[in-house]
Design a protein around this ligand. Structure first.
Ligand SMILES: CCCCCCCCCCCCC[C@H](O)CC(=O)SCCNC(=O)CCNC(=O)[C@H](O)C(C)(C)COP(=O)(O)OP(=O)(O)OC[C@H]1O[C@@H](n2cnc3c(N)ncnc32)[C@H](O)[C@@H]1OP(=O)(O)O
Length: 266
């Protein structure tokens, strides 16, 4: 049974298949531009997803036909006082950190424009699946700001320091075809096919142990950028957290009984 939970006006969490959830950006009138209120809604949805042990993979999708997300709400920004702008920052930070720190594997399903804070939401996901209509970039310096949604840190981790610098300094938009070889996106789907491809990838990942997936994500995230010795300690710690899990017992038993595992998720 598909369940659906709306978080305010513009964010929905929808169950897709067993153990796969969709975090849906649904503010079509503004190309999913992230206002303060929408940021609150994204943060609330991420808090609920983080607490839901039945979710093994989260796919971030958009209902807008021509955009994943057009970034920060520049209309709202035009109206905010300085004090209101500073009040907005922790609210937006809660939203972006909420996506980044979702404990299960995350996939961004991108079609159309993913610009500025819109592309930063995708960068906060573990994987990015885009279709041929996708246009991505961090144009912030062209409007007098910087990528403030993690882009200056997440983009270099994807494409390297120099390439990230060039993309941010030039505020260049890239088509999906340009973005794929640079590592800005991970999979390219036919036009209109990003959601189907992202959900198929999610189903494949969700067939594996939910406990193993979350522990593997912790090790990947905490270990990234560390020296090898420290990183191996991070891996060892993550391994120890699940060494006696019911999932591990089920995985070993299923292999020996030559059957598909039925994951307890514990
Ligand atoms: C991971 C952990 C991090 C921890 C720290 C986190 C801190 C908090 C994070 C803060 C948030 C991130 C901030 C971000 O870095 C800064 C930005 O995002 S700046 C904005 C960047 N975006 C842009 O520059 C894109 C702006 N839009 C456009 O260029 C064009 O609209 C378009 C996308 C190219 C589409 O063009 P068109 O097809 O011509 O369509 P329209 O322009 O007519 O748009 C249709 C409709 O949508 C409205 N709209 C589009 N974009 C925005 C927007 N960004 N804000 C508000 N509204 C937007 C547009 O006005 C139209 O509406 P209408 O006028 O018709 O009512």
């Amino acid at each position: 049974m598909v369940t659906e939970q709306r978080y305010g006006d513009w964010v929905v969490v929808r169950s897709h298949a067993e153990r796969v959830a969709e975090l849906v950006l649904d503010r079509p009138e503004a190309m999913n531009a992230v206002s303060s209120k929408m940021a609150d809604e994204i943060a609330a949805a991420c808090a609920a997803l983080s607490a839901d042990r039945s979710v093994s993979v989260t796919v971030v999708t958009s209902t807008h036909e021509r955009a994943f997300c057009a970034g920060a709400d520049l209309k709202e920004r035009n109206r905010l006082t300085d004090a209101e702008m500073m009040d907005h920052r922790p609210r937006a930070r809660a939203a972006y950190t909420g996506v980044l720190e979702l404990p299960m594997p995350t996939i961004a399903s991108v079609h159309g424009f993913a610009l500025g804070g819109g592309f930063e939401i995708a960068l906060a996901c573990d994987l990015i699946v885009a279709d041929e209509t996708a246009v991505v970039g961090l144009p912030e310096v062209s409007v007098g700001v910087i990528p403030g949604g993690g882009g200056t840190q997440l983009l270099p981790r994807r494409v390297g320091a120099a390439r990230a610098a060039e993309l941010i300094f030039t505020a260049r938009r890239l088509t999906a075809t340009e973005a794929l070889p640079l590592g800005l996106i991970d999979h390219l789907a036919p036009a209109g096919g990003d959601r189907e491809a992202a959900l198929a990838l999610a189903d494949r990942i969700a067939a594996n142990s939910p406990v193993g997936l979350r522990a593997a994500k912790r090790a990947l995230r905490l270990g990234h950028g560390l020296d090898l010795r420290t990183g191996l300690e991070v891996e060892d710690s993550a391994w120890r957290t699940i060494a006696f899990s019911a999932d591990r017992a089920e995985g070993v038993a299923a292999f020996n009984e030559k059957r598909a595992p039925r994951w307890p998720g514990l």
